[in-house]
Ligand binder design. Structure first.
Ligand code: DC
Length: 230
């Protein structure tokens, strides 16, 4: 069967990665979470003292460090999805903390960071048969993707999902703080100068505020099949 490229973009915490990884498993594609790559760069910057207490990024040092940052993924059968590795160390849990979430948007707005990430992402997608989710996949990384989805849901619904996720992991958190973080990231992601989050003209929009995971997965599988048969 012909292999295609599938780009899934949308706001933070709207369930993109859940639907992307489930479809990848169903149809035997590689799944890449591009947000995890920006999170890994952020973790590196935090751990190497490249972000001050006030949140100021040491751009010259981070620019130099980019050549020492290698991000890769290894499928974890227990989780049914790939884990993120930073310089061959598993960082999957450490990149999901609120501290990384609070610092990632300004890091993802830097041109030299995006350039390097997009280069690595395009390399991963050379052979097609890939599903990548993020903010600029259908617009910048794979503008020729055969299937593009733009996912959206209300900020409150998304904050609740992130709250449930963190609580389930035993991380103490506050709903209002998470809602604030979601809204702030929406603003930065859609207003940054380079590759802002926007819907590609040829993307199909999915508002999943009131959809169960099962019905969303079915919708995505049906949409994929229509494209493959078309
Ligand atoms: O999807 P996520 O919440 O893990 O993404 C983390 C951050 O990375 C988010 O603030 C937006 C940014 N990002 C991006 O700028 N471009 C992408 N392709 C993916 C994520």
């Amino acid at each position: 069967m012909k292999k295609i490229t599938i780009a899934i973009d949308g706001y933070s915490s709207c369930g993109k990665s859940t639907m992307a990884k489930d479809l990848a498993r169903e149809i035997g594609y590689v799944y890449v979470d591009s947000g995890a790559m920006y999170r890994a760069v952020t973790l590196y910057a935090l751990e190497h003292g490249l972000i001050s207490e006030e949140g100021v990024i040491d751009e010259p040092r981070l620019r130099d460090a980019m050549q020492d940052i290698e991000i890769s993924f290894q499928f974890n059968p227990e989780r049914g999805r790939p884990d993120t590795y930073l310089n061959n160390t598993r960082v999957e849990d450490r990149i999901r903390t609120l501290e990384v979430s609070n610092h990632v948007s300004p890091i993802a707005a830097l041109g030299f960071v995006r350039e390097e990430m997009v280069r690595q992402q395009q390399r991963m997608g050379r052979e097609k048969g890939i599903i990548m989710d993020g903010r600029d996949i259908g617009t910048t990384v794979f503008p020729d993707a055969e299937l593009k989805i733009f996912v959206t849901a209300s900020a409150e619904v998304r904050a609740q999902r992130r709250y449930d996720e963190l609580t389930a992991k035993g991380e103490a958190c506050d709903f209002q703080e998470i809602l604030h973080n979601v809204e702030e990231r929406d603003y930065i992601d859609t207003h940054r100068e380079i590759s802002p989050l926007r819907q590609a003209e040829d993307a199909i929009v999915l508002d999943n505020s009131h959809l169960t995971i099962e019905s969303q997965n079915q919708w995505l599988l049906d949409t994929y099949q229509r494209v493959i048969e078309g």
